[in-house]
Design a protein around this ligand. Sequence first.
Ligand code: PLP
Length: 390
Amino acid sequence: MRSCEIYLDNAATSFPKPEAVYDAVDDYQRHCGAAYSRGIRSEDHADTIVDECRQMLADLIGAPDASCVAMTFSATDGLNLLLRGLLRPGARVVTTTLEHNSVLRPLRQLQQLSDVHVTHVPFDPVTGMVSPDDFRAALRTGHVDLAAVSLVSNVTGIPQPIEELATAAHEAGAVVMADAAQAVGHCPVDVQRAGIDLLAASGHKGLLGPLGTGFLWAAPELHDRLIPVRCGGTGTHSESLDPPGQMPQLFESGNLNMPGIAGLKAALKWHVSEESRNLREAFRWRVRRLLDGLSRISGVTVLCSASAARSTGVISVTVRGYDSREAAEILYQSFGIRCRAGLHCAALAHDTLRTRECGGTLRLSPGLMTTDEDIDRALDAVNAVAAAGS
Ligand SMILES: Cc1ncc(COP(=O)(O)O)c(C=O)c1O
């Protein structure tokens, strides 16, 4: 990225990362290099890094037992492992039209291959939220095995009422799986309080870890029901041809992304630093300023503007007179602003929002490293583009 450019695509992956993250990856590559669970423990720095990172992730999501956290390569990886590990042929799933393809596509494939039945509950296009009453109604149509909900939409940035949705799902006897890709690092997530049974998230978005990192969590009472769909070496129980049945090895076959995990651990440590706290405070104000500024531009419509909650910084707009991809191209070519346009891997959300016809939405997602000047330049640029289109 050129130094004059402004990066407003943190919902895809955060950039830049804290210096401590780059240092930890570099240090691991140069001075450790060992694989996890495959060396002599007392000498193996790798095991300590993973154990500590696992514990930090468990603390982050309010999970009492760190061994229920498995390291993955992304949220997509974790969501696939959970969906394919849990659902049996003929299972019934209730989910929402807000979901990302990392939930929609595995479900679609399971629908085609294993006769899994999937119901998509639409959200309210004004508030951006799924109504617990609508969710309850969908759960009443027969036995439901799984309710799958993203905690925060990557299109609208709106958090979902997870506690109410989870209560409705549990009343119907369903397991609750949360896609926390856009939530962790931005808003508090407490699996016990929210009534979440399964969770998967990215390490490289709000947590500021390197790409290629993520994690999943599974409540202990579900471990017996989960099948490992990725099988291979775990460095343990090598005498058996069966994969280990206990967490976290259940989901950790094959070598882990150790440099990435070293970076993620450094990011989690940085997360509770004073520098991080100060940046988060400033971030909240900057997101508010961007949201207010965009709302005031003639020809720009902020999606789900009725909801003020934008703690993750994801803001989607449409610009009158433009296909969103065209607007993004001009913002990049003429103003050096890197943002994202299109369906954002969440096509069904655009049916509910009625934004498919204009090429989806233009999504601006500042991050902790975004400055006041970046916000001013972004607002000026969107203003200029909107004025030219009117
Ligand atoms: C809501 C949501 N779920 C899942 C994912 C997939 O995350 P990852 O890139 O870690 O696979 C994303 C990525 O943008 C997302 O926004």
